[in-house]
Design a protein around this ligand. Structure first.
Ligand code: AMP
Ligand code: ZN
Length: 489
């Protein structure tokens, strides 16, 4: 089946056809390393982790994925002044912290993580080349890109420079030939880190780093360039101008942009103060809760963050893991059982149909909500066919294995459903219980009382207690291994 992706440049969904299959070259703009990242910042890394995994596992591509670290920037310099440590130290510290969060979220490392400080010769060569080609000019120690030298400026964002200037959204600056011209190189100010160049000491502008790193590590043309939608203008528009003005070639085949994560109706952002860091979030919630929250929404839609969204994610995951825990109780996690499975062709068929639906959904511009819907259908079918607490049989084991394998197969590209079910479900149930303010001890007392009533054949009392527990949102099931309770899903 063909993969379709929405290309922000053409504004349509297109069939994905890389330049040199099976190779796929992919780049995503990375973080400016001056602070811990918040749960909004990380959306892009979760989304493109799925994109790369899907290209490889489903379509057999050989992906080279690069993401940069912006380790030269005003905010880093500010931070270094605040903390009275060199800006290299600030950057190094937050690169380490980023990698720790990235790993904690179970995302796959990229092939390359270039830093601006490691690409200075390539950046200055790039700027020199643009000056030589008369696409850029010097002004007071700065080097500016001349947008009038690039006829297609504005093609990605759909913004026309003349409209923006007329709308007085652009400050007039005497040294600029066009008010929309932007800095490729900035002359050094006192107290700032600088590098020597033909134009005197200074440092690169923000946009040029991505163009130079892509050229250095991936080449003149790449297949996918990703990032948050807020980067379309000016950052990505400027990357296109620099790269295409320099090489004369079409820079990126598919531009992919994820939407923002909102908190109480506004974009989560450090400057608004309405943020929670990934580090903080993961102190309370497992990483899969975060990934579920992000991926249960299509990447081009706004994702709402907040107590309700987190609760929905915990509840959704708990539903999956509750069914997986049943599969586990029938031995689906014991590898030695694999060869003993009596086949269940009917359930195998159900699982295959769900897999086809999942493929169709992810091939349709990574429609994860639809893939989740397919998964829910599989869970529904499993839950109607397999009940907890029955005597183990080859039939339950077969269904359980088929179910487990399919859930993990769907989850793999999204980095979901890879935990040990019974252990993880307990954690999720605890999170759900927090919301109801019930404690395990309270529930255990009622469940034990009910078991006693049953043992004494006092069914009226045991039914009463079951109803009482149900009203509290707790379901009880009696099996060969005793009574089991969990939060209603
Ligand atoms: P900033 O720290 O605002 O410069 O953002 C760094 C990166 O995180 C950029 O690539 C943004 O696209 C992304 N980003 C920032 N805020 C959000 C958000 N609320 N939702 C999604 N992405 C975001
Ligand atoms: Zn970039």
């Amino acid at each position: 089946m063909a993969l379709k992706v929405y290309n922000s440049l053409t504004r349509i969904k297109e069939e994905f056809l890389p330049l040199n299959p099976p190779a796929v070259k992919m780049y995503v703009c990375g973080p400016t390393v001056y602070n811990f990242l918040h749960v909004g910042n990380f959306r892009v890394y979760v989304v493109f982790n799925l994109v790369r995994n899907w290209l490889e596992s489903q379509h057999g591509y050989d992906v080279t994925f690069a993401m940069n670290f912006t380790d030269v920037d005003d905010r880093i310099i500010e931070r270094s002044h605040e903390e009275k440590i060199p800006s290299e130290e600030v950057a190094e510290k937050y690169i380490v912290e980023f990698k720790q969060d990235f790993q904690a979220l179970g995302l796959r490392p990229h092939e390359m993580n270039p830093k601006v400080t490691e690409c200075m010769p390539e950046i200055t060569d790039f700027v020199k080349d643009l000056v030589q080609k008369e696409k850029a000019y010097q002004a007071d120690g700065d080097v500016l890109f001349a947008i009038d030298s690039f006829a297609e400026y504005g093609k990605l964002s759909g913004r026309r420079p003349e409209d923006m200037i007329a709308g007085t959204r652009v400050e007039i600056d005497q040294k600029k030939k066009n008010p929309m011209d932007f800095a490729l190189w900035k002359s050094a100010k006192p107290g700032e880190p600088f590098w020597e160049s033909d134009w005197g000491p200074g440092r690169p502008g923000w946009h040029i780093e991505c163009s130079a790193m892509i050229l250095k590590h991936l080449g003149e043309q790449i297949d996918i360039h990703g990032g948050g939608m807020d980067l379309i203008f000016p950052h990505h528009e400027n990357e296109i101008a620099q790269s295409e003005a320099c090489t004369g070639k079409h820079f990126v085949r598919y531009w992919m942009h994820n939407n923002m994560l909102n908190f109480s109706g506004q974009k989560m952002s450090k400057s608004l103060g309405n943020f929670i860091t990934v580090r903080e979030f993961l102190k309370t919630y497992p990483a899969e809760v975060y990934k579920w929250m992000i991926l249960s929404v299509h990447y081009r839609s706004v994702c709402d963050f907040g107590e309700d969204a987190v609760h929905r994610a915990v509840g959704g995951l708990a539903k999956v893991y509750s069914a997986l825990a049943v599969a586990e109780s029938y031995g689906a996690w014991k590898a030695e059982n694999t060869n003993l499975v009596a086949k269940d062709p009917a359930f195998d068929k159900v699982a295959d149909a769900v897999w086809l639906k999942a493929i169709e959904s992810l091939d349709d511009d990574f429609n994860t909500p639809e893939a989740f819907a397919a998964l829910y259908e599989l869970i529904r079918q499993f839950n109607t066919q397999v009940k907890r607490g029955l005597k183990a049989s080859p039939q339950w084991l077969a269904k359980s294995l088929i179910f487990k394998n399919m859930v993990q197969k769907i989850g793999q590209p999204m980095a979901l459903f890879q935990e040990q079910p019974s252990v993880f479900l307990r954690r999720l149930d605890d999170l759900l219980l927090q919301k109801t303010q019930l404690s395990r001890a309270e529930i255990d007392v009622l469940v034990t009382e009910r078991s006693q009533a049953r043992a004494e054949k006092n069914f009226r009392r045991s039914d009463e207690l079951r109803d009482q527990l149900l009203a509290m949102g707790i379901s009880v099931s009696d099996g060969t291994d005793g009574t089991h309770w969990e939060v209603l899903k």
